[in-house]
Design a protein around this ligand. Structure first.
Ligand code: ADP
Ligand code: MG
Length: 265
């Protein structure tokens, strides 16, 4: 080996190096992130867990290239993020982001249309995803005839239809009632795994983080930095299996204490 061999491990999907972000507004400056460093591996489901207002949505906006860091460096797939080079991401927020007046298939193709990729290949991919995930009979229906869970699934299929390299999820289940939330999050997580996508989800909900994550980064209150890293090693992939595991409570208490200390300090 001469040290120039290029076949090393692939670079992380996301790499934050000492990232700081300050918002300027007429009321003054808000320091949202300070010295934030972390990586997301290819194919991983990473959850950033932190209290409301700590800077979680800010992190996702930075990954998407919608805002620029005040300090530090962000690499996506090994390349420094610049305004010219934004990653191809799929973004999922709250449920019910479907357009009520558009048919399911047109809702699903919306992202492709915005990207000017409304070609045959993408239409076929969208239709195949709807078939694959049980919405094939609803392509021509309007969102109102779908259950909440089905609407959320259609919203995920819309983000998958453009075949993004990275999925960003911003508390996507927080508006759902408890039982629906468990069912829908199980559903969404299994689709993401099956499609082999790298995902970064942010949430303030400990149980949700533990139900879905391969790895959790516990964030401090604002300005956010990483307080603790946890590899979630609970047998069984499913949300319900995980919640039933005795380890679930152990992890929960550990994180609870971490966040509680944070509030007390
Ligand atoms: P979270 O998603 O964890 O609730 P955010 O990333 O939305 O937190 O916000 C972090 C902090 O930055 C908050 O104090 C918020 O008020 C502030 N903030 C967010 N966006 C802006 C903005 N565009 N201008 C000024 N302050 C902002
Ligand atoms: Mg937020």
């Amino acid at each position: 080996m001469n040290g120039k061999c290029k076949t090393g491990p692939s670079p992380p999907a996301v790499d934050f190096r000492n990232v700081g972000l300050r918002y300027q507004s007429p009321e003054g400056e808000t320091e949202a992130l300070k010295g934030l460093s972390f990586t997301v591996n290819e194919g991983e489901f990473l959850v950033l867990l932190g209290p409301s207002g700590c800077g979680k949505t800010t992190v996702l906006s930075l990954i998407a290239g919608l805002i620029k860091p005040s300090e530090g460096e962000i690499r996506i797939g090994g390349e420094i993020l610049t305004e010219e080079k934004r990653p191809h991401i799929g973004y999922m927020f709250q449920p019910d982001e479907l357009l009520p007046w558009a048919r399911v298939i047109d809702n699903v193709l919306l992202g492709c249309r915005i990207r000017k990729e409304d070609d045959r290949a993408h239409r076929e991919r969208a239709a195949a995803l709807l078939d694959e995930y049980g919405l094939g009979d609803f392509k021509e229906s309007f969102p109102r005839s779908l259950s909440g869970g089905m609407r959320q699934r259609a919203a995920l299929i819309r983000t998958l239809a453009t075949d993004p390299s990275l999925l960003l999820l911003d508390e996507p289940f927080s508006a759902l009632d408890y039982q629906t939330r468990i069912r829908v999050s199980e559903d969404i997580a299994s689709i993401i795994k099956r499609e082999g996508k790298t995902a970064v989800m942010v949430t303030h909900d400990i149980s949700e983080a533990l139900s879905l994550a391969d790895r959790i980064l516990v964030l401090s209150s604002r300005p956010a930095s990483v307080k603790r890293e946890l590899h979630v090693e609970i047998d069984g992939r499913g949300v319900i299996q995980r919640r039933a595991s005795p380890l679930f409570a152990d992890y929960f208490n550990l994180i609870w204490k971490e966040l509680d200390d944070e509030n007390a300090s």
